[in-house]
Design a protein around this ligand. Structure first.
Ligand SMILES: [Zn+2]
Length: 405
């Protein structure tokens, strides 16, 4: 990377200002976390943040799936204008289904609330970044546009819907970004540059059913599902560590004394390598077909049927730890006095990584635990460190003259 401003001192007063506004940032975070935003139902939270960005001077748009988008163009004269934007994403949704306002409890430095860290912290940081990028000292130095995007549908069966839509639209406009940074949860040292890919399937076996004595030779869907589970367990053993597969839910049958008419299992398959994900998927498909055939061999006229339905599909991808984007995050982390750590995860950054766009995910300061549970907590101690890291990184990526050249 070539840096436009060799001295970074111009950023210091701005960082100092935000350091003194920790209480306000935490207030924003709690207020955001209190507004329920289950995947697929993010609109109330989205409207509040849209209003916040509008009030601080942005033109804010919503796309067809409900992502909230603000774009800042350079107001100075970029040395080598880059029309490709830098995109910064944070997800709006939580894994909690409840539409009721979420309860907040304070215990010492800890704030307990489902979603307070994931992604209340990331969204509060986006409120700060929305203000930072409008500051004249930043905007006049920008070498490329910055787009801030609050995404819907990142969690669970949302399947990264918001991020996919934003990148589909960018591809359609021929305006793919130069790089993407997802701001997700607390933290001030990890840099996610390996995107864990996953496929979640429901496998259903169906048959004629019947009486367990009178129709004993009728192919049994529960037997097929059982054989399938045993084979997947062997595949799981053989696949680690480059891939993992687990049967995570199962159900089937109707009566104690009847050959069942149906059985289903859900599987969760994950890997960092797209090719591995594909070979494991192919193997599971073979296992399912074989299980149905074996269970039907004595009564082919009543052969079991099976179906495989995709419940989730997150693409894998990665950039290595010498990639300039990772190095930029590395140096922002060192600049705030933390030792950087490489990590792998499944975030909005999966989408750009799978499409060949350099992308990482970082935390937004503070610490926390128990994400995706009702007892999630967030600790604001030293939260300015991680927030400052995020600001330094986004500003560096926005104002650097030649990124990745
Ligand atoms: Zn998250």
């Amino acid at each position: 990377m070539t840096t436009t401003d060799s001295g970074k001192n111009w950023l210091t007063p701005l960082l100092d200002t935000w350091r003194t506004r920790r209480a306000w940032i935490l207030e924003q975070q709690i207020a955001i976390a209190r507004v329920a935003a289950p995947t697929g139902n993010e609109s109330e939270r989205a409207a509040i943040l849209q209003q916040d960005w509008f009030a601080c001077g942005h033109l804010v748009t919503r796309d067809c799936v409900g992502n909230v988008i603000a774009r800042v163009d350079p107001t100075g004269t970029p040395t080598r204008p880059d029309r490709r934007p830098l995109v910064c994403l944070a997800h709006l949704d939580t894994v909690f289904d409840d539409r009721e306002p979420l309860a907040v409890r304070q215990e010492g430095a800890r704030t307990y609330c489902p979603g307070i860290g994931d992604n209340g912290r990331g969204l509060a940081a986006m409120s700060v970044l929305a203000r930072v990028v409008l500051q004249p000292e930043v905007r006049t130095r920008l070498q490329r546009p910055i787009e801030l995007v609050l995404t819907v549908g990142e969690e669970g069966e949302g399947n990264l819907r918001g991020a996919r839509q934003w990148f589909d639209d960018a591809a359609a406009r021929d305006a793919m970004p130069v790089a993407a940074v997802a701001i997700d949860g607390p933290g001030d040292r990890t840099i996610v540059h390996h995107a864990v890919g996953s496929r979640r399937w429901r496998i259903v076996f169906t048959g004629a059913g019947g009486h367990s004595w009178a129709n004993a030779s009728t192919p049994n869907p529960v037997h097929a599902a059982g054989a399938c589970i045993a084979a997947i367990a062997r595949l799981a053993e053989a696949s680690r560590p480059s891939g993992v597969v687990a049967v995570t839910r199962m159900n089937g049958g109707e009566h104690l004394t009847g050959v069942p008419t149906h059985a289903w299992i859900d599987i969760d398959l994950r890997s960092l390598e797209p090719a591995r994900l594909q070979t494991m998927s192919d193997e599971v498909t073979r296992i399912v077909r074989r299980a149905a055939l074996d269970a039907s061999q004595h009564h082919p006229a009543l052969a079991l049927r099976y179906s495989i339905t995709t419940l989730g599909d997150r693409p894998a991808g990665m950039i290595d730890d010498r990639h300039p984007l990772v190095l930029a995050a590395w140096s922002a982390t060192r600049a705030v006095g933390r030792e950087p750590q490489s990590a792998s995860a499944s975030t909005d950054a999966n989408v750009p990584l799978a499409r060949g766009i350099p992308a990482i995910a970082i935390g937004a300061g503070g610490s926390g635990s128990a994400a995706h549970t009702a007892s999630e907590w967030y600790d604001d101690t030293d939260s300015n460190v991680g927030l400052e890291r995020a600001i330094r990184l986004i500003v560096a990526l926005g104002t650097t003259e030649r990124l990745f050249s």
